[in-house]
Each structure stands twice: as structure tokens, then as C-alpha cells.
Design a protein around this ligand. Structure first.
Ligand code: B16
Ligand code: MG
Length: 211
């Protein structure tokens, strides 16, 4: 059986992580909160809801349920403005090569993203048709670091978790993959992702002989 490749979206396939950061920073500043690089790292792979909870806790801002929901909508609308401007030029380095290689080797591919906007982003960057399975925040109950996203992706591919490889740029995502007993490739440094088995700067640096 061929191994399954399960890819995160933001920060692995395209640089939406930066757009999330800009949109959250704008919102956070309304509450007198300045988001640092360290905050940004902690927010990667974290659901929209949990991200806002994390941000508000920075200075103890309390919101009513209605205010919380409005803040989520505001952040998402700002984020979607960035997404509307996206195209294939926003693919991270090596992504096109990675998909060519995976296709020529007939390796099953799944997306495992914590974003509710994953399909929209895939359409914008021209990758809506490359995955045999797409699992995002609209289709799971438990976000990363819970393994549900990746376990569901493996199930849809019909491949045992231990034969799947997860490509992730977030600590929460690496934890999720480990909890699902999958192999992990960290997109980033060992300092940022100490639990990942291997580290590469981008998908173009992946060596298919590792599989
Ligand atoms: P949305 P990934 C995650 O996507 C992002 O890394 C994270 O920063 C974001 O808060 C989360 O999606 C939710 O995104 O607001 O679009 O639903 O990295 O798991 O592909
Ligand atoms: Mg990510």
C-alpha cells in the first residue's frame, strides 16, 4: 500500500498565516493588544474561536457572547478581503514541484486544515482538484491538537494512520498528528516545532525517498 500524504493548508501550501496575523492584529489593536511574533506562532493551526479566546486573554479583555461573535465575524471578513486577492502566486516555494512529484508517484493526497475557509483558499490558488480527500474545520468536531482532522483524512484515503505523513507548520498540528500516530514533517525549524520527526523549510525540500 502506498503511503498517504496529509497536508495542512495555511503555512504549508500557501502563506495565509500572514493574512491571519494581519487580520487578528487589526482586531486585537481595538482592545489595546499588540500581537507579537510569539503570539503569531502560538495561533498557527488554532481554530478561529480558540484564537480569539487566546488573544483576549493576553490582557484579560472580557466580551459578551454577542460581542465575541461579532469580533469573529469582523476578523473573518477582514481575512476574506486578503483571500479575495489571492491567486497561484501565493503558493509557497516548491509546492507546484511537490504536487507534480506526488502525482507522478500516484501518492494519495489529503488536506487537513483547521480553517473554515480552506476550500475557498484552494479555489483561489488553483488547487481545488488535487486532493482525494479534504478535511477542514467545517467537517470535524475537534480542532487541532486533537487528532480528529488527520484521522478523518486517513480514513477517507483508506490508509492506516501509521502509514500517513502529515505536513504541518504549527505546533498544534504536529501534536495532532502525533496523537494520531502518524509520521510528521515540520515545515519550519526544530526550535519552532520540536516534536516533528523531520524539518524542512518548505514542501520543495521534501525528499520522497523518506517515505
Ligand atoms: P479560519 P491550517 C488554520 O489553518 C490557521 O493556521 C489558523 O491560524 C486559523 O486560525 C485557523 O486555520 C482557522 O482559520 O478562520 O479561516 O477558519 O493551518 O490548519 O490550514
Ligand atoms: Mg498551518
Amino acid at each position: 500500500m502506498k503511503p498517504g500524504l496529509i497536508l495542512d493548508l495555511d503555512g504549508v501550501i500557501c502563506d495565509t498565516a500572514h493574512f491571519h496575523y494581519l487580520a487578528w492584529s487589526e482586531l486585537a489593536s481595538e482592545y489595546g493588544i499588540i500581537l507579537t511574533e510569539a503570539h503569531n506562532e502560538a495561533l498557527k493551526g488554532v481554530s478561529r474561536n480558540d484564537s480569539l479566546t487566546y488573544i483576549l486573554a493576553i490582557n484579560g479583555t472580557q466580551l459578551s457572547d454577542d460581542e465575541f461573535q461579532s469580533a469573529l465575524t469582523k476578523k473573518n471578513n477582514r481575512y476574506l478581503e486578503f483571500v479575495q486577492e489571492m491567486g497561484p502566486q501565493h503558493l509557497l516555494p516548491g509546492v507546484a514541484y511537490f504536487f507534480q512529484e506526488a502525482k507522478s508517484k500516484k501518492l494519495p493526497l489529503a488536506l487537513g486544515s483547521a480553517s473554515k475557509n480552506a476550500v475557498l483558499v484552494l479555489e483561489r490558488i488553483g488547487l481545488a482538484d488535487v486532493f482525494q480527500a479534504i478535511v477542514d474545520a467545517n467537517t470535524v468536531k475537534n480542532g487541532k491538537p486533537h487528532p480528529e482532522t488527520f484521522l478523518k483524512a486517513a480514513e477517507l484515503l483508506g490508509i492506516p494512520p501509521t502509514q500517513c505523513w502529515v505536513f504541518e507548520d504549527s505546533a498544534a498540528g504536529i501534536q495532532a498528528a502525533i496523537a494520531g500516530e502518524m509520521n510528521t514533517i515540520g515545515i519550519g525549524t526544530p526550535e519552532a516545532l520540536p516534536l516533528a520527526q523531520r524539518h524542512i523549510p518548505n514542501l520543495g525540500a521534501f525528499d520522497f525517498n523518506w517515505l
